[in-house]
Design a protein. Sequence first.
Length: 455
Amino acid sequence: MKKVFTIMLVLMAIKLSAQITITASNMPSIGDTIRYTTASTGLFNFVKTGANYNWDYSTLGITSQTLDKYQALTSTPYSTLAFTGMPIGAIGVKIADSIGQGQAAFKNIYNFYEKRTSAPSKWNAVGTGFTLSALSLPAGGVYSDKDEIYSFPLNYNDKDSTTFAVKTLLGNFLFSLGYYKQKGYRINTVEGWGTITTPYGNNINCLKIKSYINEIDSLVIPTASLKVGFPNNRVEYKWLSTAEKIPVLEVIGTEIAGVFTPTTIKYRDRFRAVPPSAFGPKVKFTVDKASGKTNKDTFKLTNRTTPAFGTAYTWTITPSAGVSFVRSSNATSTNPSLVFANAGVYTVKCAATNFSGTADSTAVNMISITSTSGLKNIAESSNLAYPNPVQNELHFVNPTLENAVCHVFNAAGQLIKEQLIGNNLTLNCEDLVTGNYTVVINGNNQLYYHSFIKQ
């Protein structure tokens, strides 16, 4: 009898941790409302995996919560996209109210998906929708090659590779400044199965999927004779369960030389509020001066948060347009330095995270900036760099371009070179052959370009 009882316990344990299969029925449907929590990156190992593995992320924190509502295409502001190829059964979910600033801001932003239950069964990304601030009409892009996020059924050790492409007009069918194109491929590997524990639940049966996305993003603005491309490669880890319609946990980041660095963490959750911890950070900061001039004065923020040990920081400047972190600092530095390209009044927020929680402090209208008669923050200028022609080094005159990435294109539009602009504000041109070039710089939340001749 004792032997039979032991066998029954073993069989029950095997059943509780059995491998699962994910199908299209486990994906969101029209009318679903699902809450998830965003967490700070912390010191978690998201790479570990295997068969019958138990992933324990029970200590994930909370920085914000979002309620996703999955709607029919006809219930969104972008039903007209059906006339440009959007599947009529597409499922839309709003991902942001606004991205960007001023007349170039994107409003009311949606992603659209397609759930195919018949063979070949898929969960596809099929388009985007937005309204450009300068124009009141809805716009968006429809994938010419759908991004097949999942191919069903999903089982342990499955692997597939798919391509995708989408071209999004920067405007609408009446008026467009140009377009933004995304093209690449996705490699999915179901690399683990077992159970996962998060603040939402314990020992949830799951499959772990690793997705490697190799993507090139291209920006084309004909009126400015601008055509540039940038890599946007990333790795996504997702833990899928038959009990939930979004990943129990989703982590997105970069992988360089085999080392994964998370940038975004979110997990399925219920409504909850985390009381401030007695050992959590107490955020305080000061600035060395309250006013200054555009592209001239540097402002040093001094962090007085306690405890300082083991605390990570994120600085947010509002409005963000024209704000640059200089002197080898960035938005996660303890004591960053700033230069402002645009006149205005700026609010500074510091968020601090340690092992006990997250807190923040906001200084409204902390810094006032007025214009100078010096360089203007414009997209194209012969005064952006010197000398021209150049032999050895091209020198940038705008200090706000420190830590920006510059891309050098030849006369045929081919990307020849990429370089991070250091604190010496120079571009090494010794390795360039004689000819005409254009340098494109992604900095200050906009693109700068400058043509020069290499002798």
